[in-house]
Design a protein around this ligand. Structure first.
Ligand SMILES: N[C@@H](CCC(=O)N[C@@H](CS)C(=O)NCC(=O)O)C(=O)O
Length: 344
């Protein structure tokens, strides 16, 4: 197998989830450091505009989204499994809660408490990525008591979950669900450590986090972004794995350079690469066009019933992107999810 190359940065919590997957499997991997904010000139040529962290590269195959990356690691290196002891339901449910609910108080509390350690360009970048106005530092500080309250409510639930003899989230073996949950709590200690005190008073969480940290990161060695690009250019493109029970259960998200990308893949929110491509974090009309040419379904609805067109409109994306989507819907009066006609 070609080398495993992780495009990441050290304080990325989602990258920590994947570094732990390497650790559990005892894998050697190459580390390419990417910037925390746009532009990412050495990464986006590989991903077709996807800017999130981390991204896994294996030769010329590029895997976006940690769920998709974890499933690919399990497929290529099955032992020990990230989904041991029967199925993936628990992992799907816990990861979705950790990364879509617990995500917000942890993200906002840590960045708010450590705002002096982060540049203004960080807040500007993340707000633009989500299509929000950039908050002032006063607004960030004013939100902290609310975030802290939410955080402790949720930390109490996690402490309860670990309340019996179990060593890990679902029993005696570490698994993907542990890493998804851990990455959010690991983040509480990040930056200047000004949010780390929030973990005090949760002894089971503390012991469980120590067990997870002891898994380690496998064998890491550094690689330059230029070398990673050269590896992709020189490599043959493998056909992506399709189907498979686990992948269907958990959803899939795959992008790869050129032919073979799985344009029908879904992440845990039911979003396809086309939903990603119209988000403020990406937003290249050329990429939207290429996905549609490759067969991406412009009518696909995510878990919130939103089509890529709904999403593009919500974020007031560039007219060029809206036009590509409208053309793809191939109907003079396109119905969006509210049932209104969109006359072109
Ligand atoms: N659903 C994605 C989320 C990844 C994510 O949001 N990562 C953060 C960093 S930890 C990010 O991309 N931030 C913006 C960036 O790095 O450009 C996944 O599971 O990979």
């Amino acid at each position: 197998m070609a080398e495993l190359i992780l495009h990441h940065y050290d304080i990325s919590p989602y990258a920590e989830k994947i570094r732990l997957c390497f650790g559990l499997k005892g894998l050697a991997w190459r580390s390419v450091i990417v910037p925390m904010v746009l532009p990412k000139p050495n990464l986006t040529p590989l991903t077709g505009g996807f800017r999130r962290t981390p991204v896994l590269q294996i030769g010329a195959d590029i895997y976006c989204d940690t769920l998709r990356i974890a499933l690919e690691l399990d497929r290529r290196c099955p032992e020990p499994s990230l989904l041991p002891e029967g199925g993936s339901g628990f992992d799907g449910i816990l990861a979705t809660w950790a990364e879509r609910v617990l995500m917000w108080p942890t993200a906002r509390y840590v960045t708010g408490m450590n705002r002096d350690a982060l540049s203004e360009s960080f807040f500007r970048d993340r707000s633009a990525m989500r299509g929000h106005p950039t908050p002032t530092m006063e607004q960030v500080a004013a939100g902290l008591p609310h975030q802290e309250g939410q955080l402790h409510l949720m930390l109490g639930w996690v402490e309860d979950l670990l309340g019996d003899e179990r060593l890990y989230a679902a029993g005696r073996m570490p698994r993907l669900a542990d890493f998804a949950l851990y990455q959010r709590l690991w983040w509480l200690r990040a930056l200047d450590g000004k949010a780390a005190h929030s973990l005090a008073g949760y002894p089971r969480i503390r012991d469980w986090m120590a067990r997870i940290a002891a898994i380690g990161h496998g064998e890491r060695s550094e690689l330059t972004p230029q070398d990673a690009l050269r590896i992709a250019t020189d490599a043959r493109i493998d056909a992506p794995a399709r189907g498979g029970e686990t992948q269907r259960e958990l959803g899939r998200h795959h992008a790869s350079r050129g032919d073979g990308a799985d344009v029908g893949a879904r992440n845990e929110g039911g979003q396809t690469p086309l939903h990603e491509a119209v988000a403020p974090s990406s937003g290249e009309p050329g990429v939207v066009k290429a996905l549609i040419r490759a067969g991406a379904d412009a009518r696909a609805r995510d878990a919130g019933e939103e089509t890529p067109l709904d999403k593009a409109k919500r974020f007031a994306r560039a007219p060029a992107i809206l036009k590509v989507l409208w053309d793809a819907m191939a109907s003079p009066a396109v119905r969006d999810k509210t049932g209104e006609g969109d006359e072109q």
